[in-house]
Each structure stands twice: as structure tokens, then as C-alpha cells.
Design a protein around this ligand. Structure first.
Ligand code: ADP
Ligand code: F6P
Length: 321
């Protein structure tokens, strides 16, 4: 396909490494003599025609920066027929031959509509800290988020052990226990509560009380926000065990910061693959990496219900506590 001009946007929750992806898409497209239009604020910017031409220099010095220079947004209007019609008009009016969509599963669902219903060529790059997209071992931003949360948990451990307290730490992950499980293993937590696993609260309290009798006083319990609120868990533990309990909600700090090497490299690789696919005339695809090899799936497959393999890490926590 003779591609003259593509658009790139970031949408949904920002994730560290999105900038590295924008840089890669831009420079690789320009290298292939394709013009690049940056679309601000995801689908909202598309509807409102908030566009800018990206040059080689527009993406200088961003490979190491968190957030996204194109800004991002959640856009309910794009979920309506009228909103999508307006977005498509903007694409056509500006002679954009294809779109690179950097975001999570919601962004991909928008891409399914654009490509299948409106015949706008689209390729998705997974950009979300939740790591909840099929067809890739890792999404851009998830490695950084895990390391950010782990850094905080290491600090919590210092005070937890010194003051012999129970800490409940709530981490992000809309419907995904990915961050929780990773930091629970990496941070040596005593318990993890995730959406992918049933959880027996009585059993936890029993273990805490038993441990307490044996002299184990300090606990770190990680809770994925998609399963329960840290505040509720902490309060219930305190009520049932009468032990001093504190809660920390890590919140949006997990979305910021300098992307790790892994996220930058992943984003950079995927940016070039996305442009390659558009140049080949492909559409409705999502790019990823599995076992260090590039992997391409349909957007529908990328957002299909998932069955993440959590048992190995989950059991490790139980064994090593
Ligand atoms: P993420 O991409 O990080 O999962 P969201 O779920 O907020 O973030 O989705 C980002 C945007 O994608 C939404 O604000 C909306 O504009 C669009 N979107 C989400 N779901 C759909 C859908 N089912 N159909 C069309 N567009 C959608
Ligand atoms: O999808 C990324 C994410 O950070 C989730 O982990 C979290 O539940 C959600 O976004 C928070 O969204 P908002 O920034 O709109 O509060």
C-alpha cells in the first residue's frame, strides 16, 4: 500500500514508555518517507481535530520520559455513532491513510470499530500498566509500574518491620492482578489478593493470629484494586484480629516515572512493527512480543477474555511465606 500519511495517538490511561512508542512510530515512518500526524488527547483529539505534524525533532529527548507528549484522555463521545462519524471525517479530511493507536483494551475496542466498521486502517500498540492484553507477554508501561510499586513496597517494609505492624498495600490494575502478583513475589509479601483467585478472608485472619502467637508480627498484604479496597481489608483485619493495621494506596504514582529499559525497548520495537503493518496494507491488528519474538494478532483477539496464568507465582507466595 502506498502510505503517504499516518496518524498516531495515545488513549486511555497513560503508561510509561508511550513516548518511546511515539518516537519510534514517528522516526520509522519518516525514515520510510511517510508523514506523521500527532493526534492530541486520544479519540477526543481526533473528534476535535487537535492535530500536529510530527517531525524528527518533535520527538527528540522523549525516549526516557514518562507520560505522553500527545496527552491522553478517556472519551465517552467516541463510543457513540455520531462521535465515531466525526472522528472518521477528521481522518478523511486530513488525508490520514492509517492510524497507530497506543493504549489499552478500551483503545483497542475503538480500533476495532474504526477498522471494521469505518474501514480506517488501524494498528494497536499495547500501552497500559495493567498488562491485560492478549498476544503479548508484556504491555508498554507494565514493567515500569511494577518497579515503581516495588520500590514503594520496599520502603513500606522498613517501617512495617520496625514498628511490627500489618500493612495492606493497594496497587492498581482495573481488572487485572498483574501488578499485585509481581510485586507480591518481588517484595516478599505474605499475602496477595487478586481478581484471578478466590480469597478466603477468615483463613487470612486465622493465619495472622496464628503467626502472631508464634512471634510473626509484621505482614505485608498486597491487594489489587480490581478485587477489593485496601481500606476495607485493613479495617476488617483490625476488627477480627485486634492487631495494628495500616493501609497504603499507591494510586497514580504507579503510572508515572522514567520508563524502564524493558519498556523503552519494547515500545521502540513495537512502534516500527506497527508502521510496517500499515505499510503492508494490514488493518485491525495488534502488535506484541511473545518469548522475545514479534507477535501480531487481530484486535478482537487482543481484547478477548483472558486467562492469565497466575498459579505458579501465586503458589510461590503461599510456599515462601
Ligand atoms: P484503555 O485504552 O487504557 O483501556 P479506556 O478503557 O478508558 O482505556 O478506553 C479508552 C477510550 O477508548 C475510551 O475513552 C473510548 O473513547 C474508547 N473505547 C473504550 N471502549 C470502547 C468500545 N467498546 N467501543 C469503542 N470505543 C471504546
Ligand atoms: O488502566 C490503567 C489504570 O491505571 C488502571 O490500573 C486503573 O484502574 C485506572 O487506569 C485508573 O484510571 P483513572 O486514571 O481514570 O483514575
Amino acid at each position: 500500500m502506498n502510505l503517504k500519511r499516518i496518524g498516531v495517538l495515545t488513549s486511555g490511561g497513560d503508561a510509561p514508555g508511550m513516548n518511546a512508542a511515539i518516537r519510534s512510530v514517528t522516526r520509522y515512518a519518516l525514515y520510510n518517507k511517510i508523514e506523521v500526524v500527532g493526534i492530541y488527547r486520544g479519540y477526543a483529539g481526533l473528534i476535535n481535530e487537535e492535530l500536529t505534524i510530527l517531525s524528527h525533532r518533535s520527538v527528540s529527548n522523549i525516549v526516557n520520559r514518562g507520560g505522553t507528549i500527545l496527552k491522553t484522555a478517556r472519551c465517552p463521545e467516541f463510543m457513540t455513532e455520531e462521535g465515531q462519524r466525526r472522528a472518521v471525517e477528521v481522518v478523511r479530511k486530513n488525508n490520514i491513510d492509517g492510524l497507530v493507536l497506543i493504549g489499552g483494551d478500551g483503545t483497542y475496542r475503538g480500533g476495532i470499530d474504526l477498522s471494521r466498521k469505518w474501514q480506517i486502517p488501524c494498528v494497536g500498540i499495547p500501552g497500559t500498566i495493567d498488562n491485560d492484553i492478549n498476544g503479548t507477554d508484556s504491555t508498554v508501561g507494565s514493567d515500569t509500574a511494577v518497579n515503581t510499586a516495588l520500590d514503594a513496597i520496599d520502603k513500606i517494609r522498613d517501617t512495617a518491620t520496625s514498628m511490627e505492624r500489618i500493612f495492606v498495600v493497594e496497587v492498581m490494575g482495573r481488572e487485572s492482578g498483574f501488578i499485585a502478583l509481581q510485586v507480591a513475589v518481588g517484595g516478599g509479601a505474605e499475602e496477595v489478593i487478586i481478581p484471578e483467585k478466590d480469597f478466603d478472608f477468615q483463613q487470612l485472619c486465622h493465619e495472622i493470629v496464628e503467626g502472631n502467637l508464634r512471634g510473626k508480627i509484621s505482614w505485608i498484604i498486597i491487594v489489587a484494586e480490581g478485587k477489593a479496597r485496601g481500606q476495607d481489608i485493613a479495617q476488617r483485619i483490625n476488627e477480627m484480629t485486634d492487631l495494628e493495621t495500616r493501609v497504603v494506596v499507591l494510586g497514580h504514582i504507579q503510572r508515572g516515572g522514567v520508563p524502564t529499559a524493558r519498556d523503552r525497548i519494547l515500545a521502540t520495537r513495537l512502534g516500527t512493527v506497527a508502521v510496517d503493518l500499515l505499510m503492508q496494507g494490514q488493518s485491525g491488528k495488534a502488535v506484541g512480543v511473545i518469548s522475545d519474538e514479534i507477535n501480531v494478532v487481530d484486535l478482537e483477539c487482543a481484547v478477548a477474555p483472558r486467562k492469565p496464568q497466575v498459579d505458579v507465582l501465586y503458589n510461590l507466595i503461599k510456599i515462601l511465606t
